[in-house]
Design a protein around this ligand. Structure first.
Ligand code: NAP
Length: 331
């Protein structure tokens, strides 16, 4: 069959949003273990910013994007869980979802339930699977029980608004932080038991106040550099810091001794793709996400939509903290 042409967003070198270029690329047939998928909608994620800027370096040129939904158009040898014509959605490596059509590994692509729209599917896979593995699989010693307090930074963001709702469904007392009073209100409307504006309030003092001086069992910290030290101080003895992002820059190197001084704390640098190492683990996490979304306990907020050709503006707005909830790119 003749090759197909697709519009795609590519960078030829790391840098700012201006490096995102709309180009034509050629797409072939899927090989063994691969599918070709025609996208209906594309998810925007903060990891796309790290890959564009070079914080997470990649060989050039690089087609960006880690999340999308669409229809399976061709299936390579050995792929049994997907068929031509299936509605599907994914969070996946390698990058390349900022495109009309692509060939990619089938392993992390899941069939999308009929009740979930393409737009929602594109918005929720990477962010929702992240909330899933954080709240369900990245827990402190002894686990999380209903009524437990946890601290979740950037609670009005893409991952954050999903985590607020899911934590409420689990009976957890999520204390969210966010960069404005309006974002704090949004986090509370979506299930945060408390919300702290960390640009105007001292989040450590407020966490101590809310927990009667005890602190929280776990902090989920995607801000990195700006919040690391205070996040540790919010923990109870034996508490867990789950560091999972660098929105303000990467955490500086530190001596493990500080974890002892602050109460035998645990720390993990968690990444989604460790949990998505197999088809089975990916599908189990996706089934959990689909169930909570279909139940209505977690609603996916698509608060910004840009055409794929406007992706530079989408990156600018995400980095400028102008967005809430999820953002999708349309075709
Ligand atoms: N490790 C993993 O498995 C994994 C997977 C998915 C996402 N993540 C991480 O989770 C975080 C959330 O991802 P997302 O895609 O849903 O993004 P997002 O939360 O919608 O956007 C990032 C938010 O971070 C906050 N922020 C604080 N300081 C910032 C700064 N200096 N520059 C920019 N933003 C800043 C902003 O919210 P406020 O204005 O409210 O502060 C901003 O809206 C990101 O750090 C991402 O890298 C990690």
């Amino acid at each position: 069959m003749a090759d197909i042409t697709s519009k795609a967003i590519r960078i030829d070198r790391h840098g700012g949003p201006e490096e995102l270029k709309l180009v034509d690329v050629t797409v072939g047939e899927p090989g063994s273990g691969q599918i070709r998928i025609r996208h209906k909608a594309i998810g925007l994620n903060f990891i796309d910013v790290y890959q564009r800027s070079g914080l997470y370096p990649f060989p050039m040129p690089l087609q960006l994007g880690m999340e999308a939904s669409g229809v399976v158009e061709a299936v390579g040898e050995g792929v049994t869980h997907l068929a031509v014509g299936d509605r599907a959605a994914y969070a996946s490596q390698p990058p390349g979802s900022y495109s009309e059509v692509r060939v990619m590994p089938a392993k992390t692509v899941c069939k999308l339930p009929d009740a979930i729209s393409f737009e929602t599917g594109a918005a929720m896979m990477l962010k929702g699977l992240t909330a899933q593995y954080l709240l369900k699989k990245t827990q402190p010693q002894g686990g999380l029980q209903p009524g437990d307090h946890l601290l979740f930074h950037a609670a009005a963001g893409g991952v954050g608004l999903i985590a607020c709702q899911w934590a409420r469904a689990m009976g957890l007392q999520l204390i969210g932080t966010a960069g404005s009073d309006a974002k704090c209100a949004l986090a509370r409307e979506n299930g945060a038991a408390h919300a702290i504006n960390y640009t105007t309030e001292d989040f450590l003092a407020r966490v101590k106040e809310i927990t009667g001086g005890a602190g929280v069992k776990v902090v989920y910290d995607s801000i990195g550099k700006d919040t690391f030290e205070k996040s540790l101080d919010c923990l109870k003895p034996l508490g867990l810091l789950a560091s999972f992002g660098n929105a303000s820059g990467p955490v500086a190197p530190f001596a493990p001794g500080i974890l002892g001084n602050k109460g035998s704390l645990y720390i993990t640098r968690a990444t989604l793709f460790t949990h998505m190492a197999t088809r089975e683990s990916t599908q189990a996490m996706a089934d959990d996400l689909f169930a909570v979304v279909e139940s209505g306990k977690v609603k996916i907020h698509i608060d910004q939509t840009y055409p794929l050709s406007q992706v530079q503006q989408a990156h600018r707005d995400l980095e400028a903290r102008k967005t809430t909830g999820c953002t999708i790119l349309t075709l």
